[in-house]
Design a binder for this molecule. Structure first.
Ligand code: PFF
Length: 454
């Protein structure tokens, strides 16, 4: 047992350790599984550009804000709002974040369970040799529709997550991220290069990188901002919680910048793998499958089977994908756990087990909504959960956090905190402009448009 599990609150070892841990939270299924689906759903390249804009103009500034609130208060989201504006309803934003975290954890862990299932399928040779679309599609649909297999993997994911969180911050999160994230990155680059050199990759590359202005819609921006929040772990206080473990000597703005950059790069490369491969694969109509829930799982085996040493490559890739997913699930579980420790004096272990169990029970319907239960499949429950919690709730949470920093806590107070460890805050104009006007107005406009158009 490490010393962190004895004291409920730990601290990051260094700035680099923090960047790895926060990138571990950010980089995960949001970039590799969810981003390509959003690209497929929203007209290709126009979405890629809207997403990058959303990261720079809203995501990065909001991440800096969350880290600042976290480091200043040294608290979980509920405690942070209570400390900064005692006796006001602002703490509700924190409660909303805790609740959103449990709900996202519930269905996100189902996708992580798919990654776990793909790991043992690859290990047992399901993807040996040349894989066709028909085979890959069949493997995915029969796996996702098998309740026993999926629920078992789902249980394992939640159990692993709960175990890591119950052991505390340093011992758990840091150790995992430092070695494995760079490895994942290397594998993704190799696959991206292979995908780009496929015969017939051209149409996929154009779909992904050549914007078609007729595809621009208000909804696109809603999804782009939602995707930016989701992939950067923003809008529910994860970065407030992670920020609470950062040292006063660290530069918050450059830390946030690194996390945003690495996450966006991974998402971008995931698309570079998926679309050229999809468009170059015979026997499918890309338009029909480009927004499928299982897109990543259907397409990645195709490219892996085209690499030399495909078997080992596949095994390694799914190990790393699972780890990337787990570094995100542990950050989702850390928010409600830190809340119960700080606000209700629970022991870390008990808090983690109780929330983990709740997320498991809540996630069962999502686990069954991809073929196992005809009713839940028809409603598309998992993607509905994702729309409500992964898009809308994060956007609403992000909106309140920006309004809070700009108009309740105050820009000067936040600037004082940012100045510690960062004498020359170069992107100050962008941050101030985004918090005061751009982020709140854009999110409000997007939410209104979407409600009217829905
Ligand atoms: N950012 C994670 C991913 O992209 O996989 C998912 C996530 C983690 C979202 C933590 C929100 C969060 F608070």
């Amino acid at each position: 047992m490490n010393s962190d599990s004895l004291t409920p609150r730990g601290n990051w070892g260094s700035k680099v350790a923090f960047i790895f841990a926060a990138s571990g939270s950010a980089i995960g299924l949001g970039s590799i599984w969810r981003f390509p689906i959003m690209v497929g759903l929203n007209g290709g390249a126009v979405f890629v550009f809207a997403y990058i804009l959303a990261v720079i103009l809203i995501g990065f500034p909001l991440m800096l804000t969350e880290l600042t609130i976290g480091r200043h208060t040294q608290k979980n989201p509920v405690g942070a709002f209570k400390a900064l504006k005692p006796g006001t309803p602002w703490k509700l934003v924190g409660y909303m974040g805790v609740f959103t975290g449990v709900c996202i954890l519930s269905y996100y862990s189902v996708i992580a369970a798919w990654a776990a299932g793909y790991l043992y399928k690859t290990l047992f040779g399901a993807f040996r040799g040349e894989i066709t679309w028909a085979v890959s599609d069949q493997i995915f649909s029969s796996f996702a529709a098998n309740p026993l297999e999926v629920l078992l993997c789902f249980f394992v994911v939640i159990a692993l997550t709960t175990f890591v969180i119950s052991r505390g911050v340093k011992g758990g999160i840091e150790r995992w991220s430092k070695i494995l994230m760079p490895m994942l990155f290397a594998l993704i680059i190799i696959m991206a290069i292979r995908a780009l050199t496929l015969k017939g990759a051209g149409p996929g590359i154009s779909f992904y990188l050549k914007p078609d202005p007729t595809k621009i819609t208000p909804k696109l921006f809603f999804y782009a901002v939602g995707q930016a929040f989701f992939s950067l772990s923003l809008g529910m206080g994860t970065m407030i919680t992670y920020g609470s473990y950062i040292s006063k000597k660290d530069n918050l703005s450059s830390s946030a910048g690194w996390v945003c950059f690495s996450t966006t790069l991974v998402a971008f490369l995931a698309g570079i793998i998926i679309f050229p491969t999809l468009f170059a694969t015979p026997g499918i109509n890309p338009q029909e499958v480009q927004a499928s829930t299982g897109l990543m799982f259907q397409v990645f085996p195709l490219i892996i089977s085209k690499l030399p040493g495909g078997y080992l490559f596949g095994v390694l890739f799914f190990i790393l994908l699972l780890v990337a997913a787990l570094t995100s699930t542990i950050s989702l579980l850390e928010v409600p756990t830190a809340f119960l420790i700080d606000e209700h004096n629970w022991r870390r272990g008990k808090a983690a087990v109780v929330i983990g169990t709740a997320a498991f029970l809540l996630g069962i319907p999502s686990a069954l909504s991809n073929g196992a239960s005809p009713f839940l499949t028809r409603i598309g429950l998992m993607m509905k959960m994702d729309l409500v919690f992964g898009n809308i709730m994060l956007a609403v949470g992000g909106l309140f956090i920006t309004i809070f920093v700009a108009y309740a806590w105050g820009i000067p107070q936040a600037l004082k905190e940012i100045a510690q460890g960062n004498r020359s805050f170069k992107v100050k104009p962008l941050w101030v402009f985004s918090m005061k006007y751009l982020a709140p107005l854009a999110i409000i406009a997007i939410l209104i448009f979407t409600i009217i158009l829905a």
